[in-house]
Design a binder for this molecule. Sequence first.
Ligand SMILES: C[S@@+](CC[C@H](N)C(=O)[O-])C[C@H]1O[C@@H](n2cnc3c(N)ncnc32)[C@H](O)[C@@H]1O
Length: 186
Amino acid sequence: MRARFKFSDSFKLIKNIKTTGTITPSSKNLVRRLLAPIDFERAGCIVELGPGSGVVTRSLLKRMHKDCVLVCLEVNNDFVNQLARVKDSRLRVYNACASSIRQILNELGFEKVDYVVSSLPLALIDDEIVQNILVEVDSNLKEGGRFLQYQYSLANYGDVKPIFRDVKLKFTLRNMPPAFVYDCIK
Ligand SMILES: C[S@@+](CC[C@H](N)C(=O)[O-])C[C@H]1O[C@@H](n2cnc3c(N)ncnc32)[C@H](O)[C@@H]1O
């Protein structure tokens, strides 16, 4: 696995700020908090939404067991090409919108997944698309599965709260900008 964050990635993030919602990749601290609820010994399939340049992706791959599959959905073709260079047979990268989880899982032959990890900038995405994405996430998670999402505000708390059985919030100052982690339990 060779892909690492490069200085040129900052330019891509700036160029695409409307879809990325940030100009820097997530800090180690934020990634650690985001992934803390995952039981890596038991997880068989994880979906990642909006992997970008792959900071969360690499951390997931480092901790997943050898039979766990990671399915990434990313709309930005530059990032998809970058992630496609990561040499790891457990990783499947798709140039697709987060709302097409079901279609992709059908292609791969998975019924439901254990975790959905998301860096999507929900606050910048149209309300209707956010609703579609959240419904897709919920319907493709196993019972007891978790949707882990970070955000720079609580603007979408009201969207996730009615969908999930429980939503726990965490906050970290050790990211630029500081971020909330939504830990949503199905
Ligand atoms: C904040 S960046 C995440 C970067 C990286 N995961 C991190 O934490 O540093 C958000 C990513 O979501 C992608 N994205 C935005 N809308 C999307 C959608 N509807 N479906 C899939 N990916 C999307 C953007 O292209 C961008 O790469």
